[in-house]
Design a protein around this ligand. Structure first.
Ligand SMILES: [Zn+2]
Length: 325
């Protein structure tokens, strides 16, 4: 019977451009991985068919599908409590998509879905810098801003599963348009598009020279490159972004009183260009009794592995599926 022990899970990360999936063992080792373009599947049923076939292929080539216990999926706008992707502004599939049920019916094993923040929090708690912490906040900085609150050792979902949507809290009345349809959200200032918008506004508002003006593509990464070359305006873009983020994080910490806020995602790679500003305004605005007690940390898990590792932690945490139970 030993060959039937289900000692592995599959972690799946669906992002707008690419879907990555990996076989992960009980120690958190990635045994095999593969990826394919998400946007080649405008119909979600075709996507689920492709994903199922590719998971079967990868697992059969690497020790067999019968060793797989369950599947965890990280996806934008996913709701763990319903198993659905709900009204994602960025994915090609509109409305409510019951992804966990669709995939479970194809694969015959348990499937759970979670959003970026939730899944990343599980990954950090299991394998990363939140190991051993019971109260912390994860903030993912990338295309959007996600977050997850870990409270007394468990994820705090809220009544509908949407707790932690800090990216869509309003920081400026009548501010910039946000992908969610409202205006002035934190995300419109401190996520990818927001940082680029700040850079554009600054370039338009003055005639000062800046390396950013000659960039072929304006992205947070290319703006960081300008910072590294000493470009004043680029440094200013990240200073303003960091200060805005720091003020919001001070409010967040004042409400939640976490042991740490852990930042992950591509924009966290901006390093001190971003976090000097974050720390400055955070310490200035956080409630005095917790000042100096909240650690501001960056994830220690490799960017390319973070989401599938988190998704695998999600998979381990759910009950095995059986038609006979
Ligand atoms: Zn918004």
């Amino acid at each position: 019977m030993e060959q039937n022990i289900k000692s592995r899970v599959v972690g799946v990360d669906i992002s707008i451009k690419r879907t990555t999936f990996a076989i992960v063992d009980i120690r958190g080792n990635i045994l095999a991985r593969d990826h394919f373009p998400t946007n080649e599947y405008p119909n979600v049923n075709d996507f689920v068919t492709a994903l199922s076939e590719k998971i079967i292929m990868l697992t059969e080539e690497n020790g067999g599908y019968d060793k797989i216990r369950s599947i965890g999926v990280s996806a934008p706008s996913a709701n763990f409590l319903t198993g659905c992707i709900e009204n994602s502004p960025n994915l090609p599939w509109k409305g409510i998509v019951p992804l966990a049920a669709l995939l479970r019916d194809r694969m015959g094993i348990a499937v759970a879905v979670g959003n970026d923040g939730h899944v990343t929090a599980l990954g950090e708690h299991t394998y990363g810098s939140a190991h051993g912490m019971k109260n912390f906040i994860i903030v993912t900085l990338g295309h959007g801003i996600g977050s997850c609150i870990f409270s007394n050792g468990e994820v705090h979902f809220g009544v509908d599963g949407f707790a932690g949507e800090i990216g869509h809290t309003c920081i400026k009345h009548d501010g910039r348009d946000c992908g969610c349809g409202r205006r002035g959200c934190l995300e419109a200032y401190c996520a990818e598009k927001g940082i680029v918008a700040t850079a554009r506004e600054m370039m338009e508002a003055s005639n000062e020279p800046s390396l950013m003006r000659s960039l072929e593509e304006l992205t947070p990464r290319s703006i960081v490159d300008c910072c590294e070359q000493g470009d004043k305006m680029a440094i200013e873009v990240f200073r303003i972004t960091g200060e805005t983020l720091g003020i919001t994080m001070a409010a967040y910490a004042t409400v939640i009183n976490p042991e740490a806020i852990i930042f992950t995602g591509g924009i966290a790679n901006a390093g001190h260009w971003l976090f000097d500003g974050v720390e400055r305004t955070f310490n200035e605005h956080v409630f005095h009794n917790i000042r100096g007690r909240v650690k501001l940390l960056r994830s220690t898990i490799d960017d390319r592995e973070r989401d599938v590792m988190g998704a695998s932690a999600l998979a381990w945490g759910i009950k095995e599926y059986s038609l006979f139970k």
